[in-house]
Ligand binder design. Structure first.
Ligand code: KIV
Length: 251
């Protein structure tokens, strides 16, 4: 069965979808072997891999490189890659760059926003036979314009706009929609309003699945932990312990 058919089947099942980011071969292979449904080569790599202040400095070349190494490790999960900031300014750019990420091994590409211009780009990418994933709510690529990470859906006008965006993205052809930083009740309304699965991050438990940045859940980036994350391991602590043990063992 193709990855797209497998995903469509999974999306219809009652079990919540699981999604995590990966940027390197060993992590991607561990996630794939553990049965994670969706692996995202997220542009969050700008922060947790490259130490940048936000995602706006991530380039297409970097996304292609990380998608290539992750694709080498993935044999089962659906592999999604982010179109980085500035790579989908026009429909032509969006299609060309989606094709580059697909050539690197992505089954689908994700882009941020759910207004008419993004829907037009989603439809054009979809026409080329490349899967697409929407992303609405708090949009990390817009952090500089918005002046910070702000929860979305606090007013009825904003909630209605988000629901409309989700429906428009569905009509444009997305296979799933990431809901980031959205008031949980509004995320539940969006989930009820569309057929495609919603995948939440900081959007409550009513979504069809959950996505997290891998470094956050394994405690590998201790300098910033988002408020909605409960780390399930302390990888940073283990690295420190092993490195100190090595340092002290060298005589
Ligand atoms: O880049 C990323 O890791 C993401 C997730 C936070 C959804 O887009």
């Amino acid at each position: 069965m193709s990855s797209a058919a497998q995903f469509a089947k999974l999306a219809r099942s009652d079990r919540p979808l699981t999604a995590l980011t990966a940027y390197d071969y060993p992590t991607a292979r561990l996630l794939d072997e553990a049965g994670i449904d969706l692996i995202l080569v997220g542009d969050s790599l700008g922060m947790v891999f490259a130490g940048l202040p936000d995602t706006t400095g991530v380039t297409m070349d970097q996304m292609i490189y990380h998608t290539t190494v992750v694709a080498r490790a993935v044999s089962r999960a659906r592999l999604i890659a982010d179109l980085p900031y500035g790579s989908y300014t026009t429909v032509k750019d969006a299609v060309e760059n989606a094709e580059k990420l697909a050539a690197a091994g992505a089954h689908a590409v994700k882009l941020e926003g759910g207004s008419a211009p993004e829907c037009e780009k989603i439809a054009a990418i979809d026409d080329r036979g490349i899967g697409t994933v929407g992303h609405i709510g708090m949009l990390p690529q817009h952090i500089l314009e918005e002046g910070g990470y702000k929860k979305k859906g606090r007013s009825e006008v904003e909630a209605d706009r988000l629901i409309r965006s989700a429906r428009d993205l569905e009509d444009a052809g997305v296979e799933s929609i990431v809901l980031e930083g959205i008031v949980p009740e509004v995320a539940a309304r969006i989930t009820a309003a569309v057929e495609v699965p919603t995948i939440g991050i900081g959007a409550g438990n009513a979504c069809d699945g959950q996505i997290r940045v891998i470094h956050d859940i394994i405690g590998a980036f201790p300098w910033f932990v988002p408020p909605f994350v409960r780390p399930l391991a302390d990888v940073a602590g283990e690295i420190r312990r092993a490195v100190e043990a090595f340092r002290d063992s060298v005589v």
